[in-house]
Structure formats: structure tokens, C-alpha cells
Design a protein around this ligand. Structure first.
Ligand code: PRP
Length: 188
């Protein structure tokens, strides 16, 4: 049967005012970062810890370019606060399943904003005595930082704009976009 050619529009789709990072640029940078990580972890197994939900697409694309052995795990955290600002109080909603003691843990995040989420998560993970603990982040908004956090591997430093796509959401939408776009401020 012939499929109807129907395009579904999200009501806020026309508020995406700019493409910040096209898919090709994201994938090009991911290959560079993966090569750097592969060199640094040569001969060691990586416990790749994807921070849900935003980092899932980045993690999936990053890990297929990693050369060392990889064990994948997930953690889900939520921060209390309004839709656009975090309070710094973070709760683990889904904990890590792997034992981390003595292992090389690489946390994968989609974005570091205030740094509060990562700061809390790293403190929590350190208590489990990993052999090493590093961070790989696709996007960094340095102008928003409220607490210093180490970002060992970074995709892109960006300005303080409301970004969506490639795992990042607005009200849980747009995570499936293959590029990173910018939403108009009034809709964010
Ligand atoms: C985002 C992002 C980081 C955090 C960064 O997660 O994935 O975890 O915010 O913000 P911060 O540096 O100010 O703490 P979000 O709470 O939006 O959840 P999500 O990944 O499920 O979209």
C-alpha cells in the first residue's frame, strides 16, 4: 500500500531559529574526541557512564568510535528547581549497575551548564573508589558556571543560548533531531 507523505510538525518547531551545529560537524568532532580518548585509555577498559537522558545520542555515537574495550552503564539524575534553573540539589533517579571500584570510569554528559549536576554526580561516584574518573561532555556553556567541574574531553564550548536536539530537549521534545538547534529565548 502506498504510504501517505505526511510531515508532522511540533507546535514549537518554528521557534527553532538557528542551526548551531549541523549533524556533519557533530560527527566530525565526535571522531576527533573518540580518537583522543582511545589514545589516553589504550590498554585499559572504559566504564562508559551515560547520564540520561540527554547524553544518550552522544554516547551511542561516541562509543562506536572508541577502540579500547567499553562497558556501558547508565545513570539518571534530576535536579530540583524551575524549568530553566537548577537549585543544585540533585537526586539519583536510576543508579549505576556496574561496580566501579578499581575501574576507569568515563562520565558522558550532553551539556555542562551551571556545573551543579556534574559536581554532585562526581562527588557521589568518587565515593565508589574508581581507579580513575573523567568527564566527556559534548557541549559546555562556560559563562553559566556556578561551580568548577573538570571536563576532560569537550566537543564544543558554546554561548549561553537555549539549545535543543541531538539528545537535548525542550519539555522532553526535540531530542531526536540529528543537529543542535537554537530556540528563540521567549519560547525557552
Ligand atoms: C541537563 C544535562 C545535565 C544538566 C546540566 O540535564 O544533561 O545533566 O542539565 O546542567 P547543570 O550544569 O546546570 O547542572 P536535564 O536535567 O535537562 O535532564 P535530561 O538530560 O534528562 O534532559
Amino acid at each position: 500500500m502506498k504510504q501517505a507523505n505526511v510531515t508532522l510538525f511540533h507546535p514549537l518547531q518554528d521557534r527553532i531559529c538557528d542551526v548551531l551545529l549541523p549533524s556533519s560537524r557533530i560527527h566530525e568532532r565526535i571522531r576527533e574526541v573518540a580518537a583522543e580518548i582511545s589514545r589516553d585509555y589504550e590498554g585499559r577498559e572504559i566504564v562508559l557512564l551515560c547520564v540520561l537522558k540527554g547524553a544518550m545520542m552522544f554516547t551511542a555515537d561516541l562509543m562506536r568510535h572508541l577502540e579500547p574495550p567499553v562497558v556501558l552503564d547508565f545513570v539518571a539524575v534530576s535536579s530540583y528547581g524551575s524549568a530553566t534553573s537548577t537549585s543544585g540539589v540533585v537526586r539519583i533517579q536510576k543508579d549505576v549497575e556496574e561496580q566501579l571500584a578499581g575501574r576507569h570510569v568515563l562520565v558522558v554528559e550532553d551539556i555542562v551548564d551551571t556545573g551543579l549536576t556534574l559536581h554532585y554526580l562526581l562527588a557521589n561516584l568518587r565515593l565508589r573508589n574508581p581507579a580513575s574518573l573523567k568527564v566527556c561532555c559534548l557541549l559546555d556553556k562556560p559563562s553559566r558556571r556556578r561551580v568548577e567541574v573538570p571536563v576532560d574531553y569537550l566537543g564544543f564550548a558554546i554561548e549561553d543560548r537555549f539549545v535543543i536536539g541531538y539528545g537535548l530537549d525542550f519539555d522532553e521534545h526535540f531530542r531526536n533531531l540529528g543537529y543542535i538547534g537554537v530556540m528563540e529565548e521567549e519560547s525557552a
